[in-house]
Design a protein around this ligand. Structure first.
Ligand code: ZN
Length: 235
């Protein structure tokens, strides 16, 4: 399909809004995208289906869905029988939120690293954000820098062939409204994305969890209407 051999990137794709924008961004930067979605036993399983549609819609070269059931460990509102908190104010602005999943980004980036080495990819793209999710330790720039160092030390191609892997987190310092504007520029179909931490079995957003609130606020600040909002009314 491609005229010249494109540079490759693994893109971590959850089915949420941020990772869809990240995939579109990687494509615009000229990367052949190898989308990787984890079925980790999260409550929002609807995201897996959305991820399939997003990957196809944004012409990912390949899309793998990998089962890594983090419910075996639990320890998070997303993988355990811990209630999903509502907006941040209710759990206190400081501290690490209950939706933190222990070592999630390290687990996901490690699996992404394995695929990236096999592909000879230059980068892993991740839709991490340090503005709205400032409580997550594995969403910090110094964490991603450390992981880039690890990638060189930990791989055959890093040690023998001078292979370097860049962790690209293009949304890291953007507000939700800025992410939505970027996604609009990149023609992301937001109606395919799901952000809710606690949707109904049919995929209806709860409208009250932190992720729903952030999404709603972001669309309002961007002066846009959330196309998924209209959809959920029709469920
Ligand atoms: Zn929700």
């Amino acid at each position: 399909m491609q005229e010249t051999k494109p540079k490759k990137a693994v893109v971590l794709l959850s089915g949420g809004l941020d990772s869809a924008v990240t995939l579109a961004y990687a494509r615009r930067e000229g990367y052949a995208a190898y989308a990787l979605t984890f079925d980790y036993g999260q409550r929002h399983r609807i995201e897996i289906e959305r991820a399939r549609k997003v990957a196809a819609g944004l012409s990912a070269e390949e899309h793998k869905i990998m089962a890594v059931d983090l419910r075996a460990f639990g320890g998070s509102a997303l993988t355990d029988a811990i209630p999903v908190p509502e907006a941040r104010e209710e759990i206190g602005a400081a501290g690490i939120p209950a939706t933190y999943v222990p070592a999630r980004n390290t687990i996901f980036l490690s699996l992404g690293l394995a695929w990236a080495e096999v592909l000879g990819a230059e980068a892993i793209f991740i839709g991490a954000n340090a503005v709205d999710y400032s409580g997550y330790p594995d969403c910090r720039p110094e964490y991603f820098e450390a992981f880039e160092k690890l990638a060189v030390l930990a791989t055959r191609d890093g040690v023998q062939a001078g292979w370097k892997l860049h962790i690209q987190a293009p949304l890291l310092h953007l507000s939700k409204a800025e992410i939505i504007r970027l996604g609009k520029d990149l023609r992301v179909d937001f109606s395919l994305t799901s952000s809710c931490y606690n949707p109904s079995p049919e995929g209806k957003s709860c409208g009250v969890c932190e992720s729903c609130r952030l999404r709603e606020k972001g669309f309002a600040e961007a002066g846009e209407t959330d196309p998924a909002r209209g959809l959920r009314l029709s469920f």
